[in-house]
Design a binder for this molecule. Structure first.
Ligand code: M6R
Length: 592
């Protein structure tokens, strides 16, 4: 939800580097920003607002010192105000802390600390942490032991970074249920919420586990377990390059990421033999259960249709946040497939922990070394590269690719690989429709409501089209299975309401076309997606987005969703919204 950074540099000013790194985490939160550096005394600059604006007003890079911590906030406790912006400090302003997560018992801790004389300045849950560290340092503990004692009091989730005036050469990090990585550069050391934030400085990272603590100082990195014993951990080299996390000439990350999709799919297709190996190791399953949130849930819905068709095993799909209420009947004959680009989503992680070792678990994840990859029994990586835009695009298509591969190998249908390998070329022609999509966006940009409809494989595509539009244009949009319309939502169709109908050739085609006629008869403006040879569809729609006739419904999920991503993107830009940072949303949702 929030993003945190800490660093110790060799004779370099920390503030500009902290600002650079924290700007790369802005997708995690953009309510407020703050930096604290340590030297002879802790200096802090922070305020509400986007990083760019706060920096313009406060000159964040002016802070002195070669060590420090930084934070971007996505408000959970307390309004987005200057007082609630991180870093938070103790009573004497000698300790500063940044935090990502939620401290569930903060009210109880706060009132105890207030009884002991601590004065609080914010409404946040986080502020209890510097006060707890202060309390334990006042009792004679050093920063490391005081932090360990402080976090021992916390219930909930946290990734924190802390500094203190009394030990200006140290930055301490700790985590429980919120991500935190350690970066090992040349005489410079980092902690961060994720790897792309520090890729410009190092690609060598260590993944911290829950209850581990890291101590950065000029001599290097020390990692300790919850008891304070030093532990050795593997250093991973990330094969993402820094320019992968840049806009590369595009106006927004989202547009760049939409254009990177053919590459993301091609790279994920290279995982085919790895997936084949994993599948060979599988026992016989009698049930498959997909678990995911948001866009990853839509990928899972496509998985249900594919697995039932190609693998022939009953498959269901559950939203990760609902999983705990329906997981009782899973056993060792069930394969639970968790889909998550970040590998850190709290709901999905909770579902994994609930079912791990009771059923077999396989995670499809984009971020190397993320928490879910370390806990699931089997892992399939999508090769989309870092995704910065809050709206998932290329990771969705990479997830779909991994699901196709899994279904093809589990179902023993290798002959379908030839068709799958053609998808990147279909995607390129979807991207060539950009100018046409811009015209459609211009036509419908002021609509109040949008409906997206489709059947079978096209139903998740409709759902994803509606989610993208809601997220980045703030237009009310609904994704429906077309057959459901007449069971209620049809009452909402009026003159001029745009209905996007996903109608590829295949089994569902004729029925969806009848639904198109139904909405048209009630005044809807229909934007149809279908084959260039589909004259029946052409006759019914107001706007047509055409695709190669070769793409049947089973393989339409990837090429057909691209124009819908572009439609949302252009409406968002036309409305003056920043599609990379939609209001109220964060890229990685690490709270339940
Ligand atoms: O990292 P995950 O794939 O687990 O994230 C799941 C959702 O939070 C995510 O897909 C969200 O819906 C996106 N903002 C969609 O664009």
């Amino acid at each position: 939800m929030c993003g945190i950074i800490g660093c110790i540099l060799d004779n370099k000013k920390a503030a500009p580097i902290l600002l650079d790194c924290v700007s790369r985490l802005e997708y995690r939160g953009y309510d407020s920003v703050g930096i604290a550096t340590s030297g002879s005394e802790i200096k802090i600059k922070k305020d509400k607002g986007k990083i760019e604006d706060v920096h313009k007003n406060l000159k964040l890079t002016d802070l002195p010192g070669a060590r420090g911590i930084a934070h971007v906030r996505w408000a959970t406790h307390g309004l987005p105000t200057k007082e609630n912006a991180h870093p938070h400090t103790d009573c004497k302003n000698k300790i500063a802390v940044v935090h990502n997560g939620i401290i569930e018992n903060y009210k109880e801790l706060k009132s105890k600390l207030e009884d002991e004389g601590h004065i609080f300045k914010s409404d946040t849950d986080t502020e209890v942490i510097p006060h707890l560290i202060e309390k334990y340092m006042d009792e004679g503990n050093d920063l490391e032991s005081a932090t360990r004692l402080a976090i021992g009091n916390l219930k909930g989730s946290y990734a924190i970074a802390a500094i203190s005036d009394d030990e200006p050469n140290k930055v301490i990090g700790a985590r429980k249920e919120s991500p935190l990585i350690v970066g090992k550069g040349e005489n410079e050391y980092f902690i961060a919420s994720d790897a792309p934030a520090i890729l410009h400085h190092t690609n060598k990272v260590i993944y911290l586990e829950d209850h581990e603590m890291v101590i950065l100082n000029e001599d290097g990195i020390l990692i300790k377990d919850s008891e304070g014993h030093e532990i050795q951990k593997e250093v991973f080299t990330i094969d993402w390059t820094p320019d992968m996390a840049e806009k590369g000439g595009f106006d927004h990350f989202m547009l760049k990421e939409i254009h990177e999709q053919p590459e993301a799919v091609k790279n994920t297709l290279l995982e085919s033999s790895e997936i084949e190996k994993i599948v060979k190791d599988f026992p016989k399953f009698n049930r498959i259960c997909f678990v995911a949130c948001g866009t990853s849930y839509h990928a899972s819905l496509t998985g249900k249709y594919l697995f039932e068709k190609l693998v022939g095993i009953p498959t269901d799909v559950t939203l990760a946040s609902e999983f705990e209420y329906s997981a009782d009947t899973l056993d060792e004959n069930t394969l639970v497939i968790l889909i998550t680009q970040s590998g850190e989503t709290a709901d999905t992680l909770k579902a994994l922990r609930l079912v791990n070792h009771k059923a077999k678990t396989l995670a499809i994840v984009n971020v190397l070394g993320s928490t879910i990859t370390r806990e699931a029994e089997y892992v399939v990586y999508t090769r989309a590269g870092p995704e910065i835009g809050v709206a998932a695009t290329k990771t969705y298509l990479a997830q779909l690719t991994a699901i196709y591969l899994l279904a093809i190998h589990m179902g023993g249908k290798k002959e379908l690989l030839e068709k799958l390998n053609k998808i990147p070329s279909y995607m390129k022609s979807s991207l060539q429709k950009e100018e046409h999509i811009k015209e459609i966006a211009q036509k419908y940009r002021d609509a109040q409501d949008f409906f997206f409809i489709g059947r079978g494989f096209s139903y998740p595509t409709a759902m994803e089209g509606a989610l993208k539009l809601k997220e980045i244009t703030y237009i009310h949009a609904e994704g429906y299975a077309s057959g459901e319309l007449k069971h209620g939502p049809l009452a909402l169709i009026d003159d001029g309401v745009p209905v996007v109908a996903v109608v590829p050739p295949g089994r569902s085609h004729d029925k969806t076309l009848s639904n198109v006629e139904e909405v048209k008869a009630r005044g809807a403006h229909v934007i149809g997606l279908g084959s260039s040879l589909d004259d029946d569809l052409k006759a019914e729609v107001h706007d047509l987005i055409e695709f190669d006739d070769e793409i049947d419904e089973m393989f339409s999920s990837i090429p057909y969703v691209i124009p819908l991503q572009l439609l949302s993107y252009y409406i968002s830009v036309m409305k003056g919204i920043d599609p990379d940072k939609p209001k109220n949303l964060a890229k990685c949702v690490t709270v339940e």
